[in-house]
Unconditional design. Structure first.
Lengths: 251, 324
């Protein structure tokens, strides 16, 4: 088996259990009570990279594009077992195309065999960056992966698609995005956390990479969605079917 | 200017309803931007499909063809479409946010260095669009910059286009694909067999959660109700993760978004990620033994009961009601 170098881009997002509230001026979400975590799909990406490394050697490199505080999530990933991390520092809001541009630039320098990303960041819900990175590099993409296997330099991926499961294959290098059923991510262990403190965390300024960072997709305002009113409780199955039949007329 | 190229996705030789949704949204966008709506069918044998979609109100259908388009693969499709967009000078490219639309559109956007808005729920009059973020807890108004814009639309947010009397002209175009730069290989498609309506097409959806406790219970307890109601079956992530039902039944933020006339949630607590996939349903019914379950906050009709008793009873009652 060949040793593989795997790049795992991760994003810092609000904990999925947080209740998200839009600020009244529509400029963003209220962040005062938000706990920040690694995007859940990216934890799955880290886990998959670690499992591949455990099987056939190699290196797992994390990268995040964000503010200095995002180091926390890189440290967590290092504590899970990743080897080193890169923070591409920026305070500016970037769109998916700019993020993908930066990741492609980093990949050109790092020359990984594989890039594993989450399928979707649960804050912007875009589901774009992995496919964009793949195209910018001219690499194959296997999105929504629920199983990844290697035979030499050939990678076979089972994908969660509409109406079933699709299997595709490609020769490395390539890009994979993770779906929920790919694996169950490990927790960082205490020794892992200790070790992570000594691992390399390099900082690069986003505007030093000569990538076009000007957003082409701009958020003008955010608004709270219309609220659905709770209806009423029914006392029995008979009453339920009765109202669906006569009142709501759906059966 | 303002022309909209609509990607007419096909699966196993036909158009799913989500393609007709894309057509509808594309027609609306073209009208608002003062351009034409053009549908593209990409396939090694697109003729019959192109003839089909020509009845749905578009100005033109392009039958984009190449042996390399036999199976859907993102790299070849993105290349072929990008070359087409350039050739015809379309301003917008639009598809529905199905698994294929989600896979393809960002790749196409990157190839064109174009911005993309995912999963939009409405089209403004001023060139902006609205899209949900944060599991639907925020609705963002976004604007694009650049000559080409890429959009995927939320299937539940737009009607399906209807066939009319006019038939659009069909133009056959040979796709330009550089085979040296496409390295993806299709291996197989393992279709989930089901005689039930498609989750994203059904008038009624009955979904089960962790409360069902096993795959066996989905079969023996939930399915009789699903079938009595002529419904599609859905599930929560917890039920899918536990292996009770196949992956593609997951409803929610990171699964399928549905908005049927009637959604019945059985043994589902109503986590925000689940609500994101069904809260636009017309009528929501919840059956849960925990009266505090958050699902009741969005349900029009809630029944606090043990599902193992209530669901078989409900199947019986529905049968009786249908007989009337
Ligand atoms: C990144 C991410 C993405 C996610 N995406 C999705 C998604 O797309 N879709 C989704 O659904 N979830 C998603 N989730 C998971 C979500 O947060 C919840 O964990 C999940 O929806 C819970 O499923 P559930 O309601 O079936 O299970 P539970 O929350 O465990 O609820 C089970 C319910 O069954 C009831 N019950 C138990 N026994 C009975 C009985 N005998 N009779 C009646 N009622 C009974 C209980 O009272 C309870 O309310 C996601 C989570 C994350 C972190
Ligand atoms: N700022 C970022 N830094 C690093 N990786 C990111 C960033 N934003 C998105 N990604 C990666 O791209 C995936 C998909 O994100 P998105 O396209 O925004 O939904 C995420 O799961 C991450 O793996």
């Amino acid at each position: 088996m060949n040793a593989l170098k795997i790049l795992v881009p991760i994003k810092r997002v609000p904990d999925p259990a947080t209740t998200i509230r839009v600020m009244s001026d529509g400029s963003g979400i209220a962040t005062d009570n938000v706990k920040w975590v690694i995007n859940p799909f990216d934890e799955i990406a880290i886990e998959e990279a670690l499992r591949i490394k455990e099987k056939q050697q190699g290196e797992v490199v994390l990268v995040t594009i964000g503010q200095t505080t995002w180091q926390e999530q890189l440290r967590t990933g290092l504590a899970m077992g990743a080897d080193r991390a890169i923070l591409v520092k920026t305070d500016a809001p970037l769109d998916a195309l700019a993020i993908a541009g930066i990741l492609a630039k980093i990949a050109e320098g790092e020359k990984p065999d594989l890039i594993i990303l989450g399928k979707q960041a649960i804050d912007d819900d875009s589901n774009q960056v992995p496919q964009m990175v793949a195209e910018l590099l001219g690499w194959p993409q296997a999105t929504f992966a629920s199983k990844v296997e290697f035979a030499d330099k050939k990678c076979t991926v089972v994908r969660e698609v509409d109406g079933g499961l699709e299997t595709i294959a490609f020769n490395l290098p390539g890009v994979i995005s993770t779906d929920l059923r790919l694996n169950e991510p490990r927790y960082a262990s205490l020794p892992g956390i200790m070790k992570a403190r000594k691992k390399e965390l390099k900082e690069v300024a986003a505007d030093s990479l000569s990538v076009d960072l000007a957003p082409k997709l701009k958020i003008k305002t955010l608004a709270a969605p219309p609220k659905r009113q709770a209806g009423r409780k029914v006392a029995s199955v008979q009453e339920l079917v009765q109202v669906l039949h006569t009142e709501a007329k759906v059966i | 200017m303002g022309d909209v190229l609509i990607f007419a996705e096909h699966q196993l030789g036909h158009f799913p309803k989500t393609t007709l949704t894309a057509i509808h949204a594309g027609l609306e966008l073209a009208q608002k931007r003062g351009g034409k709506a053009i549908a593209v069918v990409a396939s090694d044998a697109p003729d019959a499909l192109a003839g089909d979609i020509a009845k749905y109100g578009v100005a033109k259908v392009i039958a984009l063809t190449s042996p390399a388009l036999k199976n859907y693969l993102a790299d070849a499709h993105a290349q072929a479409l990008a070359n087409l967009v350039k050739a015809i000078g379309a301003e917008y490219v639009l598809a529905t946010a199905t698994a294929m639309g989600k896979d393809l559109m960002p790749r196409l956007a990157a190839r064109m260095k174009a911005p993309m808005a995912s999963d939009i729920s409405s089209i403004g009059d001023d060139g902006t669009v609205i899209r949900p973020m944060y599991a639907g807890n925020a609705m963002a108004t976004v604007e694009f910059e650049g000559p080409v814009k890429v959009i995927s639309v939320r299937g539940t947010a737009f009607d399906a286009a209807k066939p009319g009397d006019a038939v659009a002209p069909i133009e056959k175009v040979n796709a330009e694909i550089d085979s040296a730069s496409t390295r993806m290989e299709f291996v197989s498609f393992n279709q989930t067999k089901s005689d039930r309506p498609q989750l994203t097409e059904a008038r009624i959806v009955v979904s089960g959660g962790r409360g069902l406790k096993s795959g066996e219970n989905f079969k023996t307890v939930l399915e009789p109700l699903v079938d009595e109601m002529g419904a599609a079956m859905g599930a929560s992530r917890a039920a899918v993760d536990a292996g009770f039902v196949p992956n593609d039944l997951q409803v929610g933020q990171t699964g399928k978004v549905v908005a049927p006339e009637l959604y019945v949630a059985v043994g589902i607590s109503g986590a925000i990620q689940h609500l994101a996939g069904m809260k636009d349903s017309k009528i929501i019914v919840a059956i849960n033994k925990d009266e505090e379950a958050p699902i009741f906050n969005v349900a029009d009709y809630g029944l606090v009961a043990d599902l193992f008793k209530a669901v078989p009873e409900m199947a019986e009652e529905v049968k009786k009601a249908k007989a009337h």
